[in-house]
Design a protein around this ligand. Structure first.
Ligand code: SF4
Length: 390
C-alpha cells in the first residue's frame, strides 16, 4: 500500500478487512511502498515519512496482527531497488507504455510532470516488490490485475533468460537430437510452451516427456531431463491474483469513498467531525420540508445504511422516508452510531502506538528484518542465475 496519508473507511472495508482475514490463512507480507510514493510525489518527499507511520498505525488499528503477518517498509529493504534495476534491464519499453493505468494517471494528475523514468518504470518496481518474496498470491482489486499480469510476464522472461545454464539451449537441443526426431520436436514444443505459457505448463510437458521416454537408456534420460529441468528452474515465481471481494464503500456523496473525491471518513477521525460530516450529508433533494416524502434510492445516506444497518433499520428507513414518517437527521443517527461503534476498538488499538511510538518502531524493525532475510535469499539466486555472484 502506498503511504498516501491517514486511511479512511473505504480502505478499511475494501482492503484491510480482507487482509486481516488472509493473515490467519497464509503467511502474509504487508509492505508500505514508500518508493512508490516518490514516483508521483518526487517533488514533495517531505510528507512521506509521516504518511508511512500513519498508514502503519492504521493497519494495526484495523486489526493487522504483527504476530501473524510481517509488516515492513519498502525502502528499509534495499533489495527492492537492486531487483528493480536488474529486472528493468530486460523489460521492454512497450510493456510499460501499454499498462492501462499509465496513460490514465498521466491524464488524471495533469498538474504533475510525470514524464519521468521513475513513473514509467513503476510497474517494474511493483514486480520487484512481489517477486522478491516469491509470493504465490497477491490480493488486489480488479484494477490492479494488469500489474500482476505484467509481474508474471517479467518473471517468465527472467526465468527464460537466466533460469538455466549458459549454453543450455545448444546442449539441450544436441541431446534431444541424439534421442531421435520425435523428441527433438517435443523439445521445441517444450521451449515454446515455456516462452508462451510459463513454467507450470513447461514443467507439465517435461513430465509428460519423461513418461514417454521409458524405453530410453537411463543415462540418456537423465541427461535430457537434466537439461529440461534446467530450462524450468524456478528462480522467480509467477504470482497469481487473489481477487479481493469487492465491497464498494460509499462516500459522503454516494460515490465510491476516495480521497480524490473529498468524500471520506477517516479510520481514526474525531467523533465530532464524523457526526458533523454525516449530519451535513446531502439527502434526496425531493425532501425540502420534513413533510415531503423521499426516495432512499436517490439518497447517499441510504448507501451507508446498506453498508452499516441491519434489516430492521433498513426497513425503518424505507418506510419512514417514503411516508415522511422520519426526518433526515433522525435517519442519519443510526449510521453515525454504527460508524462510531465500528471505530471504537480501532481507536483503542491505535492509542497504544500513539502513546508509545517505540512499540510501533519495534514491530516495523522486526518486520523489516524478516522481509530482508527472504529478499536476500532471492537476490542470491538472482545474482547467481545472472552470473553476477562474483
Ligand atoms: Fe435520505 Fe434518510 Fe432523508 Fe430518506 S430519510 S432522504 S433515506 S436521509
Amino acid at each position: 500500500m502506498r503511504p498516501t496519508g491517514a486511511l479512511h473507511l473505504g480502505h478499511y472495508h475494501g482492503v484491510l478487512k480482507n487482509w486481516s482475514r488472509l493473515q490467519s490463512e497464509y503467511p502474509c507480507l504487508f509492505c508500505v511502498v514508500d518508493w512508490h510514493a516518490l514516483t508521483t510525489h518526487y517533488e514533495t518527499p517531505g510528507m512521506i515519512e509521516q504518511h508511512v507511520w500513519d498508514v502503519l498505525i492504521d493497519w494495526l488499528a484495523a486489526g493487522i496482527d504483527p504476530a501473524q503477518a510481517t509488516l515492513f517498509i519498502q525502502s528499509r529493504v534495499p533489495e527492492h531497488a537492486e531487483l528493480t534495476l536488474l529486472l528493468g534491464m530486460g523489460t521492454p519499453l512497450g510493456w510499460l507504455e501499454r499498462v492501462p493505468t499509465y496513460r490514465e494517471q498521466i491524464e488524471k494528475l495533469k498538474e504533475k510532470d510525470l514524464a519521468t523514468y521513475g513513473f514509467l518504470g513503476y510497474p517494474v518496481l511493483m514486480a520487484a516488490d512481489i517477486l522478491l518474496y516469491r509470493a504465490s498470491l497477491v490480493p488486489v482489486g480488479a484494477d490492479q490485475i494488469p500489474h500482476v499480469e505484467m509481474t508474471r510476464e517479467i518473471a517468465r522472461r527472467f526465468n527464460y533468460l537466466y533460469g538455466r545454464e549458459v549454453g543450455f539451449e545448444e546442449k539441450a537441443l544436441a541431446a534431444a537430437k541424439k534421442l531421435g526426431g520425435r523428441r527433438t520436436k517435443r523439445y521445441h514444443e517444450l521451449r515454446n510452451a515455456y516462452q508462451q505459457e510459463g513454467q507450470s505448463e513447461a514443467l507439465e510437458q517435461a513430465h509428460a516427456l519423461l513418461q514417454e521416454s521409458q524405453s530410453l537408456s537411463m543415462s540418456d534420460r537423465e541427461r535430457l531431463f537434466g537439461y529440461l529441468e534446467g530450462a524450468c528452474k524456478l528462480i522467480l515465481v509467477e504470482p497469481q491474483v487473489q481477487l479481493a471481494k469487492t465491497s464498494r464503500m460509499p462516500g459522503l456523496d454516494g460515490q465510491k469513498m476516495s480521497k480524490s473525491y473529498g468524500n471520506t471518513i477517516g479510520l481514526r477521525e474525531d467523533k465530532h467531525s464524523i457526526e458533523k460530516k454525516v449530519r451535513t450529508m446531502p439527502t434526496d433533494p425531493a425532501r425540502v420540508r420534513r413533510t415531503d416524502p423521499g426516495d432512499p434510492d436517490k439518497c447517499p445516506v441510504w448507501q451507508l445504511h446498506l453498508a452499516y444497518s441491519d434489516e430492521t433499520t433498513q426497513n425503518w428507513v424505507q418506510k419512514g422516508c417514503r411516508s415522511a414518517g422520519i426526518g433526515c437527521l433522525e435517519c442519519k443517527q443510526p449510521v453515525i452510531d454504527a460508524i462510531l461503534h465500528e471505530q471504537q476498538p480501532m481507536l483503542e488499538r491505535a492509542q497504544k502506538y500513539i502513546d508509545d511510538p517505540s512499540l510501533l518502531r519495534a514491530i516495523v524493525a522486526d518486520g523489516c528484518d524478516k522481509a530482508r532475510k527472504i529478499a536476500q535469499e532471492t537476490m542470491r539466486d538472482v545474482r547467481e542465475a545472472m552470473g553476477l555472484s562474483y
